[in-house]
Design a protein around this ligand. Structure first.
Ligand code: 4NP
Length: 150
């Protein structure tokens, strides 16, 4: 059985598409399925933000063909692990959980690390440097996830 992992942020155009691309680049797609979504529906159907596409490309990952979608209650059925990028996403996802089993699937991505903070900052309104910082945090967290999955 494949392990199914969902990365979730607010818009599904900056952070979670990067997290999807980074984790996919580190796992065998025969054993781990990775997807992403956003708690908000502002950008549904759109590709990721150009700045996320660029930072991913710089690190050898193509996320340009991803399409934004909104998180839905059905995702609790489809996924084993649901990683929120920040506390606000975490709370919004939990508010849609129906059971204790659903709740147990939800984690903060940076809780995989010991950084002294646990939110991937929203880079949407900032500059390009913010996207590289976000990439580095996501990359380290995904390395930790891969170690756990193996
Ligand atoms: P994301 O960033 O949650 O990392 O995709 C954002 C993207 C869009 C908006 C906010 C955050 N927005 O307000 O449109």
């Amino acid at each position: 059985m494949k392990t199914k992992v969902l990365m979730v942020c607010l818009g599904n155009i900056c952070r979670s598409p990067l997290a999807e691309g980074v984790l996919k680049s580190k796992v065998d797609s025969n054993t781990v399925l990775v997807d992403s979504s956003g708690t908000a529906g502002y950008h549904v159907g759109n590709p990721p933000d150009k700045r996320s596409v660029a930072v991913a490309k710089k690190h050898g990952i193509d996320i340009s063909t991803q399409k934004c979608r909104q998180f839905s209650k059905n995702d609790f059925e489809k996924f084993d692990l649901i990683y929120a990028m920040d506390e606000s996403n975490f709370i919004n996802i939990l508010s849609l959980a129906n059971t204790k089993k659903d709740e147990k699937k939800v984690r903060l991505l940076l809780d995989e690390l010991d950084l002294g903070f646990n939110e991937v900052p929203d880079p949407y309104y900032g500059g390009v440097d913010g996207f590289e910082e976000v990439y580095q945090m996501i990359n380290s967290a995904c390395e930790a996830i891969v170690k756990k999955l193996n």
